[in-house]
Design a protein around this ligand. Structure first.
Ligand SMILES: O=C(O)CCC(=O)C(=O)O
Length: 334
C-alpha cells in the first residue's frame, strides 16, 4: 500500500500522553473518476481490498437536504433506531443490542424530519439507518441513476444489498464495526468523519466473541468492537495500542464515495449540527479475498451460532398478537 503516515490533528488530543506508540494516522487516497480507470480500480483497490475515496461521480447540485427528502418521502414509514443519549457513555461490554439489533421504532419520514428539526433526534440520538430506498421515489432520482452507472463501470455489478438510506443528526456516531461484504458509502448531504482500521487489527480491536450470538441472537453482533478508539481504556484493552498506530482518518465530504473493503473496521460520525444524509450499498467480495478473510468467516460462525435464538424468537413472534410487526423487526436485523 502506498499510503504514507501523517500526523493526526483531529484525534491526537484525545490520546493519553503516556501512549508509547507514535501518534499517527494514515491517509486514504482521493481519486477523481476523471482519472480512475476500471482496470486501475480493480487492480489497486478492489482485488487487494484497499479503501479509497472516489470523487467526481455526483454533481454538486445533488444535495439531499431535509426539505428535498421531506418532499419525496412524506408519509413513507421507516424503522428508526433510538440509541439514547447515555449509550456512548456506557461500557460496550454491558450492551444487549447493537446496530441493526437495536429495537426499531416505525415512524413516517415527516415525523422524523420534525424530530431532526426540533433537536430531539440529536438529543436522543435517533438514527434512520440502513433503510432501502427501493420502495421510495428516491430510487428514481438522477443522482442514484448516475451513481449506479459509475459504480457499474468500475466493475461493481454484484450487489449484496439494496441501496440504503442513512439519515441522522450531526454528532451521531455509528460505532466501530466491520462488514463481511465490500461497501460504498455515498455522501449526499453534510460530511462524515470516518476512522478506519485494516482487517489485520481485528484481534487488537476486541470484537465481541462470535459465540455471543448464542444468547443474544442477532441483537449483539460479533463484528462490532468493544473499544472506543477515541477514549481508549488500555487497562481493559491493552492490545488497542497496536491498532491505534494503524488507524486511518478521513472526512467524507458531500459528493464523495468511500469504498470500504470487507473486513475493514469503520467508525462513522456525522459532523456539524444539521442533518447528515448518505446512501450505502454492499457488494460481493472477489472470491480469493472472500475465501482468505478471517473476519468474514467470523461473521458466518457468529450467524450460525445465532440460528437457535433467532428461530425461537420467530416462533414466539408467530404466536404473538402483532405477529407481522414482530416478524418484520426480527428480519430487519439481517
Ligand atoms: O454512515 C453510517 O452511519 C454508517 C455506514 C456504514 O457503516 C457502512 O456504510 O458500512
Amino acid at each position: 500500500m502506498s499510503l504514507e503516515p501523517i500526523h493526526s490533528s483531529s484525534h491526537s488530543s484525545t490520546y493519553p500522553s503516556e501512549l508509547p506508540l507514535s501518534k499517527v494516522s494514515h491517509e486514504v487516497p482521493r481519486i477523481s473518476i476523471a482519472t480512475l480507470t476500471p482496470d486501475l480500480f480493480i487492480r489497486r483497490y478492489r482485488m487487494p481490498g484497499v479503501p479509497v475515496i472516489l470523487t467526481g461521480m455526483i454533481s454538486p447540485e445533488q444535495d439531499w437536504t431535509l426539505n428535498f427528502l421531506s418532499e419525496r418521502l412524506k408519509q413513507q414509514e421507516f424503522l428508526l433506531r433510538r440509541y439514547g443519549k447515555e449509550r456512548y457513555q456506557q461500557d460496550k461490554r454491558t450492551w444487549t443490542s447493537i446496530g441493526s439489533g437495536v429495537p426499531p421504532e416505525s415512524r413516517s419520514f415527516l415525523d422524523y424530519a420534525e424530530l431532526l428539526r426540533s433537536g430531539e433526534a440529536q438529543e436522543q440520538d435517533i438514527y434512520l439507518a440502513k433503510c432501502s430506498i427501493h420502495p421510495t421515489p428516491l430510487a428514481k432520482t438522477e443522482a442514484v441513476e448516475a451513481i449506479a452507472a459509475h459504480l457499474e463501470t468500475l466493475g461493481l455489478h454484484q450487489p449484496a444489498s439494496s441501496l440504503n438510506l442513512w439519515i441522522g443528526p450531526g454528532g451521531h456516531t455509528e460505532c466501530l464495526h466491520y462488514d463481511p461484504t465490500d461497501g460504498t458509502l455515498i455522501q449526499l448531504h453534510g460530511s462524515k468523519q470516518v476512522a478506519l482500521f485494516p482487517p489485520s487489527q481485528t484481534s487488537n480491536l476486541y470484537p465481541f466473541p462470535f459465540y455471543v450470538h448464542l444468547w443474544h441472537g442477532m441483537r449483539v453482533r460479533s463484528w462490532f468492537s468493544r473499544v472506543y478508539p477515541d477514549r481508549p481504556d488500555f487497562e481493559a484493552f491493552p492490545k488497542l495500542r497496536h491498532a491505534l498506530s494503524d488507524r486511518y482518518d478521513l472526512v467524507l465530504k458531500q459528493g464523495e464515495i468511500l469504498y470500504i473493503p470487507a473486513g475493514w473496521w469503520h467508525e462513522v460520525t456525522a459532523l456539524g449540527d444539521e442533518m447528515v444524509c448518505s446512501l450505502n450499498r454492499f457488494w460481493q467480495v472477489p472470491p480469493r479475498r472472500a475465501l482468505l478473510s478471517w473476519p468474514r468467516w467470523r461473521v458466518f460462525l457468529g450467524s450460525a451460532c445465532a440460528l437457535p435464538n433467532v428461530g425461537l424468537s420467530l416462533v414466539r413472534a408467530f404466536f404473538s398478537r402483532d405477529r407481522q410487526q414482530k416478524i418484520k423487526e426480527i428480519l430487519q436485523m439481517f
